[in-house]
Design a binder for this molecule. Structure first.
Ligand code: CO
Length: 139
């Protein structure tokens, strides 16, 4: 088992448009990417490049989105998940079974175009964790 680099911190927001303006003031407009939809996950996302990792702004596409539930509990928005890179997602999932860490669902395409899974927050100290397959993950 070898988790790699922190890739991004997921931040739920009710308005990516407003959040983008704010982050552009903090990191510079060039650091703020274009928003795009992930309909299969029910969200619209936008990445902000911090020098050492990214912030993933996440807005629900509908009331059925899991992010809508999060925002109902956290109306001002808030930190939603951490994402760590792994070199081989299937191997990481197999190794996690031995640690008693529950994997939520099956691997699916993530916002970066590589496969992801989420880990149960109750097994991660209360933090929702995303694992993302990255070619150079683990380094
Ligand atoms: Co993420």
């Amino acid at each position: 088992m070898q988790f790699g680099r922190l890739n991004h911190v997921g931040v739920a927001t009710s308005s990516i448009a407003r959040a983008r303006e704010h982050y552009a003031k903090l990191f510079g407009g060039g650091a703020v990417g274009e928003p795009f939809d992930l309909p299969e996950q029910g969200v619209r996302v936008c990445f902000v490049d911090a020098p050492n990792c990214q912030v993933e702004l996440i807005e629900p596409l509908s009331d059925a989105s899991p992010i809508a539930g999060f925002l109902a509990r956290n109306p001002a928005g808030g930190q939603h998940h951490l994402c760590f890179e792994v070199a081989d997602l299937d191997r990481a999932i197999a190794d996690l079974a031995a640690t008693g860490t529950r994997v939520l669902g099956s691997p699916r395409p993530g916002a970066h175009g590589t496969r992801i899974v989420f880990l149960h927050p109750k097994d991660m100290g209360g933090v929702l964790v995303e694992l993302m397959e990255a070619p150079d993950g683990g380094h």
